[in-house]
Design a protein around this ligand. Sequence first.
Ligand SMILES: C[S@@+](CC[C@H](N)C(=O)[O-])C[C@H]1O[C@@H](n2cnc3c(N)ncnc32)[C@H](O)[C@@H]1O
Length: 230
Amino acid sequence: MRMRKKKHSAERIAACGGLLIADPLSLHGNFGEIFGNGRPLMLEIGCGKGDFAVGLSSAEPEKNLIALERVPDVAMFALEKAAATAEERPDNLRFIIGNAAYLEDWFPPHSLERIYVNFCDPWPKKGYHKRRLTAPSFLAAYSRLLVPGGELRFKTDNSDLFEWSVEQFESLGLEITFITRDLHSDPANAGNVETEYEKRFSSMGVPIKSAHVRFDREIVLPEKEKKNAE
Ligand SMILES: C[S@@+](CC[C@H](N)C(=O)[O-])C[C@H]1O[C@@H](n2cnc3c(N)ncnc32)[C@H](O)[C@@H]1O
């Protein structure tokens, strides 16, 4: 998501106060401290302007959600949306501004119940496929972060990215528990929380692809595939 530099973004982010985990390293993995409870923890990677994070936090009040976004000026909109709706929602949503390449510095092993990757950048050039958030190095990291039986939930408009991702899930022996190439025509769409990109692409008639993938064991990759995208 490319955007012009926003004026006063640092001040606007600071005004959202307690919704931002400014220094996730300082928590030493104790996210329960932030929420004041030990409820199951979910993570959304690349939350963009926050529609999904805000919607999911309302839909799943019995769980906690961290929404991660790499670009501060984009995260600012998500934080402001969350702040504006804070009184109508359970207090179960916080944000981190940072890169998914560092997830394992922040989250302890097997601490996440579910990871959401929605409409991630497709990185279409072959040499850049390893940067996709469904690339083997990321899937291996998710396998170390998710609880046994935890899930990755993935949505995209992009057929090439989707089919490539399904190949990665299958080649790593992961169990695909749900798959559709047209989510909005599927009965499973009931209760689906839409993202900004999802609304945009579906309004243009592009079918939304989705897969849920179950993780039961840690994935060990050959040495040459280990390097994460920076
Ligand atoms: C195409 S947008 C989709 C936004 C939102 N998920 C949606 O569906 O509307 C992808 C978002 O992921 C963020 N992103 C991409 N790579 C990331 C990474 N490695 N770590 C954190 N955020 C990332 C981008 O900055 C961008 O805001």
